[in-house]
Every structure is written in structure tokens, then in C-alpha cells.
Write a protein that binds this ligand. Structure first.
Ligand code: 4AD
Ligand code: MG
Length: 462
């Protein structure tokens, strides 16, 4: 039996092959007098493999009806191609038609809008652009694991169902099996959470950080890489309700070590994709973002800038720009501010650190000025924030005071406080948004177009 050869391997062949088996989907068919030419794609790479179907094939009449989208299995010889732009083609001995297609196949014509393609998210990976996006997504995930594994980090699977709100922002999806029509109630009429499946309130996680901290305080260097969920009603090009996050956490590490690692990671990922996905980047540079290659080159070549939040606010106030949102010490930086800093002012990725404690979560380490915490956000041109992180508060008394200040229930965080009770250490970590990183390396402007089946407000089809 002949084992199948991928289109990618066939195109990279070092010599002719007498008998090959290739399989995939027809992109186009072109007929000449004695032949049909089929362009075959199997998603293994951007390029198609040309199949020559001679009119002597027993089912040649059926082959001449093959149209875009049909699936076929081809047996034949891999031979040097006469045509330009390709090294190898297959002269078919047989073409088995596995699944026909018809004129209603939605990916016939070129130039569909992104909105239309989102409606056919089950078919869009068959297009050149989305094939490229999802191959890069796969490679990026691999490169992330490689980066951490090579540096001695241990991969930890933190829970997806959790009782804690890591970011304290209340953007949680409830997980419950309570029957909404017939809940068990307390004497005061409220629903009795103790009767719910986990005997308490539970949610989909917004971040694996708190659990990662527990493991860092045992295995020293760890990372999580998994799905996270936010019930935020932000209909923007950079927010999804289900996204993947990479969260390293390091014991015996401070804010500087944390910023160094984030910069090293982002550079490593850009370098890896440039090296391993050149065809895909070429397509993005041609059709998605013509400045992409220059920007990526710039990123790997230069150190990122670092400025404090206080300096960032001063720069923004002196900028003379008419921002939509106010700039004032103590307010969050908005997307327009982040983008001005990284795109207009510094023109390179920047890390902003030491934010006012009032606008950051309870777990960040309080600085000696008593006003700021050791937060850091890494901002990149075109997107804004792709990394958020901090050194963690390792002092038990200060952490307890932070929880109280944030009006959080100390009993819910007993296990987390234990980490400070027994062998506490300075430690730090961050979260890199996987999709935002993917947007950065591909130039794709909308987060919906780098997720196989995106979850956004009002939309969870497929
Ligand atoms: O800044 P965030 O909220 O930080 C945390 O969750 C920390 N617990 C991480 C840590 O220190 N371990 O989120 C981290 C990153 C952001 O910088 C952004 O890239 C991405 O996650 N992110 C989102 N990506 C897509 N859609 C959303 N709704 C996102 N919210 C955050
Ligand atoms: Mg953030």
C-alpha cells in the first residue's frame, strides 16, 4: 500500500518519485485539448500541487466536472514540472473523486470581506489567508513551549473551572448546574450556592496566575498555556471572550527579571516565525499588512524601551494630541494612549511599569513609595498591550491589607495566603495574550480572524 505524501513534502521532494499518492481539495481546474490541470491543496503549506489529468483516464469525463472544493485522491508519478513557479507536479494514473462540490461552494470567488468569511468559519481555513493564519498559530504554540522548556520551565495545567477571580474585575462566566426554574433557596430567599455542583460558586478562569504562583513556590520556574475566559462586553478588534494566555511565573524573581523575560519571549517568537513560516509571512506582507516584514525585523534587532507610568503620563500630557479619553495620573491608559506611545512617540515596543496601586489588582507588590505597584505592561505598535504582569506581593501582612483594600474575602484566599506563610519568596510573572501575539506576527488586524471559532459578545456560533 502506498502511504500518502503531503503536498508540502511533494513540493520539497529532492527527486522524481515513480509512484505517489496525494490527497486534498481541488482549488481550480483548467482544461486544455488533451489534459486537465488541477490545483490540489491539502493545507500542509500555502502552495498547491499541480495534477495533470490526461484524457486517457477512465473517469476523465467526471474529472472534467471537478470544481473548486471537491476532494480527491490522486495516484501517479511525481515529475519535474515544465510550468513556471513550481518544481514538481503529479502526472495522474488515477483520480478518485471522494467528495464532489457544487456551484454553491462559498469560497469560489476571490475578494470576500472578512465579515463574510467569519460567517463561514467552518470553511475559511480552506482559503489561502486562513490556512496561513492557522499554520502560524500552530507553530507559535510550539515555539512557546520550546522557549520555556529550553529554559527549564515546568508546564503546569491550571484549572479551567475555579472559585477565584484572579483579576478582581468581576468579568466572570458562572459555571453552575443549578436549575434556573427550580433552585434550592436559603430561608432569606437567595439561591443556596452550597447546593450547587461544587458546593460553592464557580467560574471559568480569567487567568491561571494564582495557581501558577503555588507551583512556582515549589518548582521555581513554571508556565501555563491554556484558554481563559472573560465576560467583558468589549466589542473591539483586540478583545475576545475566550482567548489563550501564556503565563510564566518565577520564584526568586523581581520586576526587572520579569520585564527581561517578556522581552526575550516576544523576540524569540518573532524570530521563530520569521524562520519557520516564511511563505505565510510573505502572504501577509502582500495582502494584509505591507509594513509587516520591516516591523518584525525592527523588533528583533532593537532593545525595547522601558518607562514608568508616571513618565508615560507626562509624555502623553505634553504630546499635544487630542485624545478621546482624559490623561491624568491615577487613570488607566486607554488603547489610544498606548498606541500613541508605542507607534508615534517611541516607534518601537515599550514596557510601562510601576502603575498607581488603585488601578491594579490585589496581588501586585507595593512599592516603597506606597503609591505604586510593580506592574508592567508590554505595548507593541498596531495593537497596544500584549503582555500584562507584575512582581507579586510576597509579604503576608501587606497582601492581607491589599485584599481588604480591594474589599475581597480573605477566607476565599486562604490557600493563596499560605504561600506567604510558608517559605515565601519574591516572585514575578506575566500573561502574554496568545491571540494578540498572533495578530502582531501576522499583521491581521482583528482578533476574530486569528481564532478558529471566535467567541465575542452576541456570537458563539459553531
Ligand atoms: O493584563 P491581563 O488581564 O493580566 C492577567 O490576567 C494576569 N493575571 C497575567 C499574569 O500576570 N499572569 O491579561 C494578560 C494579557 C493581556 O496583556 C492581553 O494580551 C491578553 O492577556 N488579554 C486578552 N486577549 C484577548 N482578549 C481579551 N479579552 C483579553 N484580555 C487580556
Ligand atoms: Mg492588562
Amino acid at each position: 500500500m502506498l502511504t500518502p505524501t503531503s503536498v508540502r513534502d511533494a513540493l520539497h521532494s529532492t527527486g522524481p518519485i515513480e509512484r505517489v499518492l496525494v490527497q486534498g481539495w481541488v482549488r481550480t481546474r483548467r482544461d486544455s485539448k488533451d489534459f486537465s490541470f488541477l490545483e490540489l491543496n491539502d493545507g500542509s503549506c500555502l502552495r498547491n500541487l499541480q495534477i495533470i489529468a490526461k484524457n486517457t483516464l477512465p473517469n476523465y469525463a467526471a474529472v472534467q466536472h471537478l470544481i473548486t472544493g471537491a476532494s480527491i485522491v490522486v495516484r501517479g508519478a511525481l515529475v519535474a514540472s515544465q510550468g513556471k513557479g513550481q518544481s514538481w507536479e503529479v502526472v495522474a494514473d488515477s483520480i478518485e473523486i471522494v467528495g464532489a462540490s457544487d456551484d454553491s461552494y462559498p469560497l469560489q470567488k476571490k475578494g470576500h470581506t472578512p465579515e463574510f468569511l467569519r460567517e463561514i468559519a467552518h470553511l475559511r481555513p480552506r482559503s489561502n489567508l486562513f490556512g496561513c493564519v492557522f499554520r502560524v498559530r500552530s507553530r507559535l504554540a510550539f515555539a512557546i513551549h520550546q522557549f520555556f522548556q529550553e529554559r527549564g520551565f515546568v508546564y503546569v495545567h491550571t484549572p479551567i473551572i475555579t472559585g477565584s477571580d484572579c483579576e478582581g474585575a468581576g468579568e466572570l462566566f458562572r459555571v453552575t448546574t443549578i436549575d434556573p426554574k427550580n433552585p434550592v433557596r436559603l430561608p432569606n430567599g437567595e439561591i443556596d450556592d452550597a447546593k450547587d455542583f461544587f458546593a460553592r460558586r464557580t467560574y471559568l478562569t480569567v487567568s491561571g496566575q494564582l495557581e501558577a504562583e503555588a507551583f512556582a513556590c515549589a518548582l521555581s520556574k513554571v508556565y501555563t498555556f491554556g484558554p481563559t475566559f472573560r465576560a467583558e462586553n468589549s466589542n473591539t478588534s483586540r478583545h475576545a471572550n475566550e482567548f489563550w494566555m501564556i503565563e510564566p511565573e518565577m520564584a526568586f524573581c523581581d520586576l526587572n527579571g520579569d520585564m527581561d523575560l517578556a522581552e526575550e519571549l516576544v523576540k524569540h517568537l518573532v524570530r521563530d516565525i520569521r524562520e519557520n513560516c516564511p511563505d505565510e509571512l510573505g502572504l501577509f506582507a502582500k495582502f494584509v499588512d505591507k509594513d509587516l516584514l520591516a516591523r518584525l525585523e525592527f523588533v528583533v534587532d532593537r532593545p525595547f524601551q522601558r518607562i514608568s507610568y508616571t513618565e508615560a503620563v507626562e509624555l502623553l500630557r505634553k504630546s499635544g494630541e487630542a485624545f478621546e479619553f482624559p490623561v491624568e495620573y491615577g487613570l488607566n491608559l486607554q488603547s489610544e494612549h498606548e498606541r500613541w506611545l508605542t507607534e508615534k512617540h517611541f516607534k518601537c515596543p515599550i514596557t510601562v511599569f510601576n502603575y498607581p496601586k488603585e488601578i491594579k489588582p490585589f496581588y501586585m507588590r507595593l512599592n516603597d513609595d506606597d503609591r505604586t505597584v510593580t506592574a508592567m505592561d508590554l505595548l507593541v505598535p498596531g495593537i497596544g498591550e500584549i503582555v500584562g504582569g507584575s512582581q507579586r506581593e510576597e509579604r503576608l501582612d501587606v497582601l492581607e491589607a491589599n485584599l481588604r483594600r480591594h474589599k475581597m474575602n480573605l477566607a476565599d484566599y486562604k490557600w493563596y495566603l499560605d504561600l506567604r506563610r510558608y517559605g515565601t519568596v519574591p516572585h514575578a510573572g506575566f500573561g502574554l495574550g496568545f491571540e494578540r501575539m498572533l495578530m502582531f506576527v501576522t499583521g491581521v488586524a482583528n482578533i476574530r480572524d486569528v481564532i478558529p471559532f471566535a467567541r465575542t459578545p452576541g456570537s458563539a456560533e459553531f
